[in-house]
Design a protein around this ligand. Structure first.
Ligand code: ASP
Length: 299
């Protein structure tokens, strides 16, 4: 089977001065993870590792560098899905953890449940020895300044097209040498969201989906709209009947027409064809091509 890896670092009006950092983060994740996939790493391990690298990178709205909510706190959401079994793990509104996607995986593999939120997720993290950080460890000067800036604007709406947001959600989709697909998404959500707000990212079929029989997808964008149209599952279902790229495009059309929303998707179908589409001003994404070269785009 072809070995595939595609990654996104969010879709919105990424300010031009942040382009290079987005490119660098996506490239670093591709170049670190793809050789491991070639050496036999599973798709599930690959998407977790890729997302971990992006969570560590303060460029993105995931892990370190996440947006602050209305209370000035960071609440993180994440999901990981195994296309071989449809098993998934998800967390929502967790605090003081660098790698919510890894906590999601532990939920998938070590509990009878699929999703834990807030204090329950936090307690589970502690029980299994996850490192809890000081809140400042995830906070960047950029996000603190942005929080103060938008707090002065009573009309601020994070989904207003195209409010130039400094950073964005991350996601990865992979196919391994066995043909297994997996997807993962991690986010700090939207800026100045209400405390407890959960977006699309940790919701199965919305923020990500993977099924070895159709395809695997990770999304980014305005979560309230993405949830309405279960964007990831919609694109995976379409991959059964049309080319991967067309499926992604039609998914974004549905997001726009029915969900009245903006966002982006990346994916891989069962043949290993890549897919991407977005209706935002920009998306940051990249994939490994046939010549083992990282192709990174932001536009
Ligand atoms: N989809 C994420 C959310 O709504 C945000 C994003 O992708 O920018 O939480």
């Amino acid at each position: 089977m072809p070995i595939r890896l595609i990654i996104h670092g969010g879709a919105w009006s990424i300010p031009d001065e942040m382009d290079e950092a987005h490119r660098g983060g996506v490239r670093n994740a591709l170049m670190t993870v793809y050789p491991k996939l070639q050496k036999g790493m599973s798709a599930l391990d690959a998407v977790e590792l890729a997302v971990n690298l992006l969570e560590e990178d303060p460029t993105f709205d995931a892990g370190r560098g996440a947006f602050l909510n209305e209370k000035g706190e960071i609440e993180l959401d994440a999901i990981i899905i195994d296309g071989a079994t449809l098993s998934f793990g998800a967390v929502a509104a967790v605090q003081n953890l660098l790698h919510p996607v890894s906590l999601a995986r532990k939920i998938m593999e070590e509990t009878e449940h699929s999703m834990l939120v807030g204090q329950g997720a936090q307690a589970f993290a502690q029980r299994i020895g996850f490192e809890t950080l000081e809140p400042q460890a995830l906070l960047t000067d950029r996000e603190l300044a942005y929080y103060h800036q938008i707090n002065k604007d009573p009309d601020f709406k994070p989904h207003h097209p195209f409010e130039p947001l400094p950073s964005d959600t991350v996601g990865a989709v992979a196919m391994d040498h066995l043909g297994n697909l997996a997807a993962a998404t991690s986010t700090g959500g939207t800026p100045r969201k209400m405390a407890g707000r959960v977006g699309d990212s940790p919701i199965i079929g919305a923020g990500a989906y993977a099924d070895n029989e159709s395809g695997a997808v990770s999304t980014t964008g305005w979560g309230e709209a993405i949830m309405k149209v279960l964007l990831s599952k919609t694109v995976c279902d379409k991959m059964l009947h049309m080319k991967a790229h067309q499926a992604a495009k039609e998914g974004i059309d549905i997001l726009h027409k029915k969900g009245k929303g903006f966002g982006g998707v990346i994916g891989i179908n069962t043949l290993g064809d890549y897919a991407f589409a977005y209706n935002t001003e920009k998306m940051a994404w990249g994939w490994m091509d046939e010549n083992n070269e990282a192709q990174v785009r932001i536009r």
